[in-house]
Ligand binder design. Structure first.
Ligand SMILES: NC(=O)c1ccc[n+]([C@@H]2O[C@H](COP(=O)([O-])OP(=O)(O)OC[C@H]3O[C@@H](n4cnc5c(N)ncnc54)[C@H](O)[C@@H]3O)[C@@H](O)[C@H]2O)c1
Length: 261
């Protein structure tokens, strides 16, 4: 028996919703009926996502929001509940990549990656867990990466941050379930997904090596292609819905088989 996912009557927040995976996730959640707060440090891009959702007949607002700023978290959650009430879905998606050797990574670089990718997710969980519980329960989805499961050269800071997201997800899932709060927490681990983040990585490679680098990226995915934002948004949709009601503390790997061997 098939079951449609219906999120109508539920509000969702998506951080980093102005680009790539976050933007596509905001659309997919809205298409399933959720009212979506599209937040991003880049206010104009968040607004573009919200406008596109509205034009497609969905419900959305945009919020200018730096995930590293605790006060802005409180304001973003308030803006969402003021607009839609009933906060039930939180997608901690905002993140940055850093490709540098151990010798090149400065303390400031390392701190910035940890601030946005780890502290930003923690503040999100802290800001919304009780609100979601009081709304009747909810689902928090944290974007980790294959880089939270396996190492990669020139990605020490990024791998450290995504590994931290993986275990913070499990720790908070246990704590919330154990304290009787009806809030599930799961992590998603994408392979290489064609987004502006990935394009930036390719542009960072010398021009004469780009084609080889792209071929190398393809070869890492046994399924024969790179991922698309929709591949990740669909997994997030499932985790946001009641179809995943028995899942908490899980790591959902969406990587075309990259980490299977
Ligand atoms: N693209 C990939 O191959 C890939 C693979 C694995 C995991 N991921 C993860 O998925 C998430 C989304 O990646 P993407 O590829 O869509 O990236 P992207 O660069 O296309 O989009 C990231 C968005 O986050 C926003 N952002 C950055 N810093 C912020 C901050 N401090 N506060 C609020 N917003 C901020 C940016 O403005 C941007 O809109 C990230 O957490 C990334 O690490 C991506």
């Amino acid at each position: 028996m098939s079951q449609e996912i219906d999120l109508s009557g539920r509000a969702a927040m998506v951080t980093g919703a102005g680009s790539g995976i976050g933007r596509r996730t905001a659309h997919v959640l809205a298409e399933a009926g959720a009212s979506v707060a599209c937040t991003d440090v880049n206010a104009a891009s968040a607004q573009e996502t919200a406008t596109a959702i509205q034009e497609a007949g969905g419900q959305a607002i945009s919020v200018a929001h730096d995930v590293v700023d605790e006060a802005q978290w409180a304001a973003a959650v308030k803006a969402t509940t003021d607009a839609f009430g009933n906060l039930r879905i939180m997608v901690n998606n905002a993140g940055i990549e850093l490709v540098k050797t151990i010798d090149q990574i400065s303390t400031a670089d390392f701190r910035r990656v940890m601030d946005i990718n780890v502290l930003g997710v923690f503040l999100g969980i802290q800001a919304c867990a009780d609100v979601m519980h009081e709304s009747g329960g909810g689902s928090i989805i944290n974007l980790s990466s294959v880089a939270g499961l396996i190492g990669a050269p020139r990605q020490a800071a990024y791998c450290a941050s995504k590994g931290a997201v993986r275990l913070m997800t499990k720790a908070t899932a246990l704590e919330l379930a154990g304290s009787g709060r009806k809030v599930r927490v799961n992590s998603v681990h994408p392979g290489i997904i064609e987004t502006p983040m990935m394009n930036d990585l390719i542009m960072g490679v010398p021009e004469d090596q780009r084609e080889a680098r792209i071929a190398q990226m393809h070869a890492r995915h046994p399924i024969g292609r790179l991922g698309q934002p929709t591949d990740i948004a669909n997994a997030i949709l499932f985790l946001a819905s009641d179809m995943s009601d028995f899942m908490t503390g899980s790591e959902v790997v969406v990587d075309g088989g990259m980490t299977a061997n």
